[in-house]
Structure formats: structure tokens, C-alpha cells
Design a protein around this ligand. Sequence first.
Ligand SMILES: [Fe+2]
Ligand SMILES: [Fe+2]
Length: 267
Amino acid sequence: MRTVAHLSDLHFGRHDETVAERLLADISEVQPDLVVVTGDLTQRARHRQFAAARAFLERFPMPIIVVPGNHDVPLYDVLERFIGRLARYRRYICTELQPFYADDEIALLGLNTARSATFTDGRISYRQAAALKAVFAEVPADRLRILAIHHPLGAPAGASDVALVGRAAMARNAVTGAGVRVVLSGHHHRALSGSLSGSELVAEGSILLVHAGTAISTRLRGEPNSYNLLRVEPTYVTCAVRAFSGNGFVVAGTANYLLLGGRWKRH
Ligand SMILES: [Fe+2]
Ligand SMILES: [Fe+2]
């Protein structure tokens, strides 16, 4: 069993310092095996915001996997935006835009879905889809395969108003083909989980979608700051949403999922 803390949408520059400190305290108590941050580390991709985000991330003692979000691409600096692209992100946070983590239970790949043009919803490229398949082809069959991206690949049943990443259908096929079972994402600042639904989809039920709320930013969408704490086994995932209560982070809801016959079922 592995525990993964899934954080997203930190938005340094529009963050709450108290919530950030409480989050660090909570993570140090929970002691996950891995921390994953699915993008939007900054509000406007400014140097000081990236510096603050980096200082925050450096305080996690465990392995950490990070991908950028649309807010990590500078909006106003035209040169940086169109030529440098993610230069600041790579300078302050991580040079690797396809970070990978593997141990003897899980394998997790991060992909960058943020684009330099005004694609708020981001995109997955055909090259990234090919890379996804190539990376996971090298992973032993018994590892639980996890993908981390900023923009959602799909919406769980009952979720409304979730804009999906560009080329989502193509990406879902690639994800399914690569044997990925869990997809972590952020972007819309609401915590949700569930299996991919839609009877027309070949991949129906085969991917567990986990969306994170905003961990520490003041850009709330009708729910408190939160992060997801996942306990993962090859065919069983417990997803606890730990939300900020005013004092600290507490469990606000838990969902269990069992993989049966190639499909995730709520358990
Ligand atoms: Fe965001
Ligand atoms: Fe975003």
C-alpha cells in the first residue's frame, strides 16, 4: 500500500499563508510516500511567486512530483510567453516536464498540459500520448499506473461544468492503452472523484478520475481549501478529501474504489 498526497492549484500570489502552514503541518503528520502537485503553482507566473512556490515545495521531505498549470505560463510578458514558454517554471520548480516516479508498487508519470497560447483548457499532444505509452511499456505489469496532469481528462458521473483538456478523447485512449488506472488532475478547484462514465466510451469505468480542489489559494469555488489523500493498492483505492476547517485539515469525505473485472466500482 502506498499513500499519495495529491495537491493542486496553490496559486502563490493569491494564497493564504495560514492555510499553507497548516497544510505543511498536516502533510508532515500524515507522512505520505509521495506528494503530487497538479499545476497552477502561481497566480501570474511571476518570479517572486515561483520563488515562494519553490520555497514551499522544498519543505516537503518526501519525493515530490510536479506538473505546471495554465497559470504558470506568463500572461503579460510576450517574449517569455511565446518563446520562453515555461522557462520560469523550469528555472524555479522543475526542469523536467515529464517527471516520473516509480517504486515497487506504483508508477506515476506527470505531463504538461499547459500551453503558451490562450488555451485555458490546455491540451495533450500526440507526442505526449506516445511518450505516455512508451514510459509505461517499461513498467512491470503489477505496478499501479498513475498519470498526473493539470487539466481534467474526464469527469466522473454526476460532475457538472468540468471543462476537459484538449484532445481528451485521444488522451483517454492513450491512457487506457498504457494501462493507466488512475488520473490525478486539478484546474477547476473542486474536489471530485469517480470512474470515467459514459456508456459510449470504450474506456468506461476503467480509469479512476481524481480531481483536487485548491490546496491553499483564495480562489475558492464554493468549497474550502482541500487536498486528496490516496491510499492505493493494485485493485483498491481510498480517496480521502482533507479540507481546511478553519484550524487545520480534516477529513471531509472518503470514497473507496474497487477494481473489478477491469472497472472501478464504488465500494
Ligand atoms: Fe487553478
Ligand atoms: Fe488551471
